[in-house]
Design a protein around this ligand. Sequence first.
Ligand code: URA
Length: 202
Amino acid sequence: INSSTNALDGIIPKISNCNRCQLHKTRTNTVPGMGVNNPVVLVIGEGPGADEDASGLPFVGKAGQLLDKMLAAISLSRTSNCYIANIVKCRPPANRDPLPEECEACSSYLVAQITTLKPKMILALGRVAIQNLLQTTDGIGKLRGYFHDYKGIPLLATYHPSALLRNPDLKRPAWEDLKIFRDRLNILSPDYDIPFKAEQNQ
Ligand code: URA
């Protein structure tokens, strides 16, 4: 699998050459996203960490391994029916939260990805992702677990897998969120799991 898709061929080089914010000075690689060309689901995280900065691929560290398990539990994967992207495409130094001006500078790339990929549903991981998508300052505890609307696309937020690794008490509510997400997906796109199951049988 590539870090890019054909549909995003126009956007990826723009991200690679981007210097719209200061994060370009400290990055090793940009991390545009990865996944299939016609994803039923777009998963949106916060921004690259050390492993992602080193590889140019999203969610490849410990949190990424947990994310892949969470997605698989509802028949989703980045290689069969999802695309995974982030709010910011470059690593914030020492994994600090991306600054508002960094999120703003990067936002048109994510908007272009959403417009191009046309996912049926969006899953936001953690506070930074959902706050930026909804342009709110409400906390993740308040925003998670029910559907929001992003330009006509159902959007659900849950806890970031890094938060689940730090605090296992959050795993149960996160699983409740994933079941809510799956139920809606089953209604909107009843065959969404066929590519995932085909991949499992390979
Ligand atoms: N955390 C994120 O939010 N995104 C990644 O790509 C990796 C870790």
